[in-house]
Design a protein around this ligand. Sequence first.
Ligand SMILES: Nc1ncnc2c1ncn2[C@@H]1O[C@H](COP(=O)(O)OP(=O)(O)OP(=O)(O)O)[C@@H](O)[C@H]1O
Length: 603
Amino acid sequence: MSQVEWDMDEEADEKPFNMKHMRRMLQYLVPYRRLMTGVVVIVLINMLLSLSEPIILAYIIDIGISEGNIAAIHILGAALLGIKLVSWLFSFMHTRWINFTGQRILFDLRQQLFNHLQSLSFRFFDGRPAGKIMSRITNDTNAIGELINGGLITMVMETTHLLGIVIILFWMDWQLALLSFIMLPLLYVIVAKLRPKIEGSWSRSRSTMSAINGNLNETIQGIRVIQAFSRQRVNNEKFNGINTRNKQAFMRAITLESTVYPLVEMIGMIGTCIVVWFGAVRVLEGAITLGFIMAFINYLWRFWGPLSALSKVYSQLLSAMASAERIFEVLDTAPEVKNSSRARELPSIRGDVSFEGVSFRYEENKPNVLHDVSFHVKAGQRVALVGPTGAGKSTIVNLLMRFYEATEGAVRIDGIDVKDVTLESLRKQMGIVLQDSFIFAGTIEQNMRYGNEEATEEQLRNAAESVRLDRVVAQLSHGYQTELEERGSKLSVGQRQLLTFGRVLLSDPRILILDEATSSVDTETEQHIQEALQTLLAGRTAFIIAHRLSTIKDADLILVVEDGRIAEQGSHEMLMKHGGIYANLVLTQLSMQESVILQSSHS
Ligand SMILES: Nc1ncnc2c1ncn2[C@@H]1O[C@H](COP(=O)(O)OP(=O)(O)OP(=O)(O)O)[C@@H](O)[C@H]1O
């Protein structure tokens, strides 16, 4: 099953009502309680005003028209107009206030989630696709926002509306009221039976839609690979499958809905017909007045509005429960790597690094990926990490940056355990350059200043010059102010790399971590990159996940990592003399290079 298909049924659309979540959601209303109290009061007054309208109409008919009392018609007509005006004003006010509060709550919730997400450790992001996390910040916050602002008010408003109507109907004529509700049990049965089916179909329609989006996203992102492998036909079939399921789910939902709602209306109408029939007879008998029966029918009409509004709020409530569960799960996830209570600032370091018996596993109950790793690097030394894929090189670097905590043992910088210092003071003195040079949307200058906002203009230009970025900038029409798209798509791979070098150089770290790029660039760019690299590395302790033999040979210390262990360590000469894994690795690489050279000289 493809990732997209998995996504379709993974996250629940609705969850049963949960008081704990509800209370927690209501907490977000607390800062706006005065405004919300005002809204509730206004809404209730509006409700009473609206409920008085049919009675006033009844009086206009019975007293004004039937008895020919023109003064009563004027007074009651003016009252009706006044009520409408006040209702409009109140509606305007409460809609404004609700929207204001709703937006504030959404703002608060999104801000809180965003801040929290940034503080979470890598482990949190390891198991969650970015798309899902994003949907929590957008869709799920919206669902909660809609409930705690519009939904709750609708609930208060429509429940009182409904209660008011029922009380008035029974107060007016309880027998007629009973008669009009005669079909209600049947209605309840139909709605209770069919509503879950309709909701289920809508939910399937939404999840298939998100699968369509996921599939589109994957296709656009991977278009090069798709076309290179000529996968268009297979992908078309896959998309066709999801698309068909979406169409079917939508058609089923819409068919059910178009059957049920007219049915509900018709059953509702049966009650009203009975009332009109009996009522008309009773008017003729002189038992009730014309105005009375008209008001009664008017209230009966109004009965269905709140009922359908409440059923919508109910769905909203259940989907907000599902969203709340997901959002609170994120908010309740504590950052795993955080400052300990006794954490102090890491003073300016020299850059001496030691791993002492470090073992580590990414997940509880899973085997260790690092076993008893120990080494010592003197300040200013250049270390090359080599070894097969999956050996644990990046993991060593992750522990050094304290992206994860060592399960056992200690990582020390200048003799200080990294667990005893604040994350900010530690990471400020370290720099990292990954293979995938991540560029943020913004100007070249903003990207360079990412790790050092305070750098002077001169420092900025010097850094750019040192890593040969100045030549790249000179070619751009807006120089340092050239706007880059997200991920720097306007720049070439080599240019992006130089920009990340400039960024790190400007932040001037004592310890530098570098994942040497494997992607090939042209010889001239390669030379620029190598020169820039030398500037970048000068005078710093450097850990290089190295792929080029030249980089490895130049290193002061080579750590050969295999199966999470340091299998060999020492200088190039030492390890070659030793004749172990490293020597084999070098010989294999050399023979591969030779064959490449031989092949190219033959062609
Ligand atoms: N975030 C993670 N969660 C769980 N396991 C992981 C995670 N990252 C890496 N691993 C596992 O840990 C082991 C070491 O991975 P690591 O990335 O350190 O290897 P590496 O030597 O850097 O490999 P490469 O040269 O391919 O980048 C691998 O078995 C890998 O599957």
